[in-house]
Ligand binder design. Structure first.
Ligand code: B1M
Length: 210
């Protein structure tokens, strides 16, 4: 689709209004929200990621791209929202300490809410103590941890070890995700499961809540 290609270019250029407009046009054409999300927004950010890695794009530019993506996501959010009445479970999620990437986490939140979970978002750069307080306060079924950097993913172990120290590890299902992770890492830090993407996060939540 020509528009999808244009949206990738607009996201690359950090053009927030254009990305939002493109998102709306695809929806008006009858595209399902999940398809707009994947093909227009997530695939667009993948292209940005490659040039960021290769030193062609820099932080300020990628920040604009991220904000453009968020504008598109905001339009999809109500469409992915749960229509069912009572929540199937509760989750607390946050991006770990030292890490400010939040697009993936926000996507997981949107999809979880769409699947009927009540979600408490702790935001970014979350300290182990903040996770612990949130678990105590909200008593969720699931704790979700997100990390996008190889330098911050080890902090997941800090969080899970803190849970163990407090004797509460087994009270919660711990799901982890983020681009640099894999199943092996998830098992090594003592999580219950690794979620490759937001759809897997939904599948895992459903699996453990069933
Ligand atoms: Co950052 N960054 N970044 N960045 N950034 C990456 C992650 C990087 C891979 C880019 C690259 O070099 N190719 C690289 C990490 C390299 C590494 O660690 N080996 C990197 C770097 C180096 C950095 C900085 C250090 C750059 C610098 O300052 N020199 C810096 C770090 C800041 C910090 O956190 N302390 C930095 C900053 C930034 C921006 C602020 C500019 C911006 C973030 C804006 C924001 O989030 N608000 C940014 C962005 C946008 C990216 C890339 C381009 C895109 C990330 C993204 O949003 N992807 C990224 C490159 C890449 O990933 N290809 C990159 C889209 C999103 C939908 O996917 O986040 O993977 P993702 O989430 C997926 C799954 O992973 C999974 O589901 C999601 C949906 O399907 N998932 C979960 C994620 N979390 C989950 C939690 C769960 C379950 C599933 O819980 C249950």
């Amino acid at each position: 689709d020509e528009l999808v290609g244009q949206m990738h270019a607009d996201m690359y250029d950090g053009l927030l209004e254009e990305v939002a407009e493109g998102t709306q046009i695809l929806l008006d054409r009858g595209w399902p929200a999940t398809e707009v999300l994947q093909k227009a927004l997530v695939d667009g950010m993948t292209i940005v990621g490659v040039d960021f890695r290769d030193g062609i794009l820099f932080v300020p530019e990628v920040l604009l791209s991220a904000n453009a993506m968020k504008a598109g996501m905001n339009l999809l959010k109500p469409l992915l929202a749960n229509t069912g009445a009572k929540p199937v479970g509760k989750a607390v999620i946050g991006t770990v300490k030292g890490d400010i990437h939040d697009i993936g986490k926000n996507l997981v939140i949107m999809m979880w809410e769409g699947a009927g979970l009540e979600v408490v978002d702790l935001g970014i750069n979350v300290d182990a103590d903040v996770y612990m307080r949130a678990l105590e306060e909200h008593q969720p079924d699931i704790l979700g941890l997100s990390a996008l950097l190889t330098t911050t993913m080890p902090y997941m172990k800090v969080v899970i070890d803190t849970m163990k120290e407090k004797g509460v590890r087994e009270d919660y299902i711990v799901l982890v995700g983020g681009a640099p992770l894999n199943e092996e890492f998830s098992a090594a830090v003592g999580a219950d499961a690794y979620c490759r993407d937001a759809a897997a996060a939904v599948d895992m939540a459903k699996h453990y809540l069933a």
